[in-house]
Design a protein around this ligand. Structure first.
Ligand SMILES: Nc1ncnc2c1ncn2[C@@H]1O[C@H](COP(=O)(O)OP(=O)(O)OP(=O)(O)O)[C@@H](O)[C@H]1O
Ligand SMILES: [Mg+2]
Length: 230
């Protein structure tokens, strides 16, 4: 049986306008993201990887083209719907982790639950589950300054999956990590994909990480080129 397509990009283009003229970053992007997929997007600096990830995640609007979520075209005029979709179905991991410095690990983790008005008891139960997956139970009461770079990134991942999103988007999640921490983060992504069936789309410069994904694409001259067996 064919797997469900959760997101589809058709003919996506993105142009930026600035005083020097027009910049056509994305020319024609077509992409189908299937349930449970693991996709890596590679490419040199400045080609538009973050731009594309933000468009997939509804954080940025394409200049033209269509995006379908669960078979339905995204209507940018319905802001409430876009916001709801983003909050309930999509998790983001940015290159900089954006943890709240005054909060402990567990407080940072449960934030999405609190915003979604979950009961504290349910938040703590979910946090415990996630801390186990991340192998961070011993760090629950640490504040971000008292964590290593890899541990901070893991908390950011934990927060992004707190509400069990269908789609997890990660922008260079191992960019600032040493090889050992990077490998641990890679394994956590695989575990999340296997345990919860979460679809993962990531931008990475890390070929080792890309190898562990099911499909790899190179973003080049505004187009996505599928890479066979890297
Ligand atoms: N708001 C904006 N206005 C004008 N140009 C922009 C804007 N945002 C990004 N750009 C330009 O679009 C191009 C693509 O940016 P983007 O951040 O998507 O690249 P990237 O592939 O993620 O690069 P990196 O690997 O360095 O993170 C860059 O040349 C950037 O200068
Ligand atoms: Mg980028």
């Amino acid at each position: 049986m064919d797997k469900e397509i959760i997101v589809e990009l058709k003919n996506i283009a993105k142009r930026y306008y600035n005083p020097q003229g027009e910049l056509e970053i994305l020319k024609k992007i077509d992409l189908q993201i299937l349930k449970g997929d693991r996709i890596a997007i590679l490419g040199p600096s400045g080609v538009g990887k973050t731009t594309l990830l933000n468009i997939i995640g509804t954080l940025d609007k394409p200049t033209s083209g269509e995006i379908y979520y669960f078979g339905k075209e995204l209507n940018w005029d319905r802001e409430e719907d876009v916001l709801k979709l983003r909050r309930e179905k999509i998790g983001f991991i940015f290159q900089l982790h954006y943890l709240i410095p005054e909060f402990t690990v567990i407080e940072n983790l449960i934030l999405p639950g609190l915003i979604s008005k979950w009961k504290i008891k349910d938040c703590l139960k979910r946090a415990e589950e996630i801390l186990n997956i991340l192998n961070l139970s011993q760090r629950a009461q640490h504040k971000p300054y008292a964590l290593s770079g890899g541990e901070r990134q893991k908390v950011a991942i934990g927060r992004a999956i707190f509400l069990n999103p269908v789609l997890l988007l990660a922008d260079e999640p191992t960019g600032n990590l040493d090889p050992e921490s990077a490998e641990e983060v890679v394994n956590i992504f695989l575990k999340i994909n296997q345990t919860f069936g979460t679809t993962i789309v990531m931008v990475t410069h890390n070929w080792e990480l890309a190898k562990k994904m099911k499909r790899n694409y190179l973003l080049k001259n505004g187009f996505l080129v599928k890479l066979e067996k890297i």
